[in-house]
Design a protein around this ligand. Sequence first.
Ligand code: NAD
Ligand code: IPM
Ligand code: MN
Length: 358
Amino acid sequence: AEVKKIAVISGDGIGPEVIAEAQKVLTKTEEVFGYKFETEHGLFGGIAIDEKGTPLPQETLDICKKADAVLLGAVGGPKWDNNPKETRPETGLLGIRKALGLFSNIRPAVIFDCLKDASTLKPEVLDGTDLIVVRELTGGIYFGEKFRRETANGQEAVDTCVYNVNEVERIARQGFEIARTRRKKLTSVDKANVLETSRLWRETVIRVAADYPDVELDHVLVDNCAMQLLRRPSSFDVIVTENMFGDILSDEAAMLTGSIGMLSSASLGEGSFGLYEPVHGSAPDIAGQGIANPIATILSVALMFRLTFGYHDAAAAIERAVKEVLDAGHRTGDIAVDKSKAIGTTAMGDLIVAAIRK
Ligand code: NAD
Ligand code: IPM
Ligand code: MN
């Protein structure tokens, strides 16, 4: 098979712990399916600040640009929390997304039946839930001008939220295209009763909808959406929304699956190139203990196989392996009802790797 280049960026906290398990999955897929991967590691986040003075060294960006796909762990931690913007790990994360043109962030919330008891919601509320959050990733308040200024009333801080029509249109199309392959229902989430960017968002989504008459479109205000996600999650198919709303709603959606440790993501641009990472962060509270759930990262590898490489057989094998291991009752602490029986990160990774077969 053709050799695929994967840039591997572990980052901070539990990042390296969960990435190690994902790498075992890559190796096992080579053995079972005959695919060939070449991995190259790059420094990123807090560790890159410590070693190179910047969260996103040029060398790391170059490794990503040369690659067919990027596998990323997580960045951040208390050590760097009081740094100025330029030397914050999170600035590196926003920088890499922007530099690689990854405007579309796909976050599927998949419910494994056997994990319904791990969610804080009642099992019957979860029945039939299968949704995807399509989050705009390179615009909005995250990337608008930010500054502080002195006023007569003391210091002021400003974050500006900007969206142009093109940015909204391309993510709206992505939402419609994905909905088309599923239950054909798109929910556009905004705050059009207050925000001008949201009014432009809604107008644009409505205009794009004319090209997708087969997809049912509705508009929900973000506060109501946050409520409906807990009330009747099964009513959603694809949610398309702006950067910050998508960040918040996807963490909320994670709890439908039982844990943020279950949620994978793909960040895409115009071509097949993609960056794949768990939705969760570096989890400083559990870092170094070997107890993090590696499933979000392992499922991100499956997304990479599907969306960038078109390796549908291997993607399905990984997803099946995860299901098999969960069905057999194995749990990391975050999804365990009986915490005393929880297994660690490497044990979970090993079980999943062992269950990968043709
Ligand atoms: P977090 O997602 O790191 O952790 C939130 C909670 O979920 C914690 O209690 C943590 O222990 C738990 N958790 C997260 N992932 C888990 C896993 N795989 N298994 C078991 N439990 C898990 O969010 P936070 O605490 O708000 O942020 C911590 C740091 O991570 C911050 O510096 C933040 O900026 C950064 N962050 C980075 C990313 C990223 O790299 N993509 C995403 C979110 C947050
Ligand atoms: C995420 C994270 C990032 C975001 C932070 C760490 C910058 O929360 O990937 O969801 O807000 O996009
Ligand atoms: Mn987030």
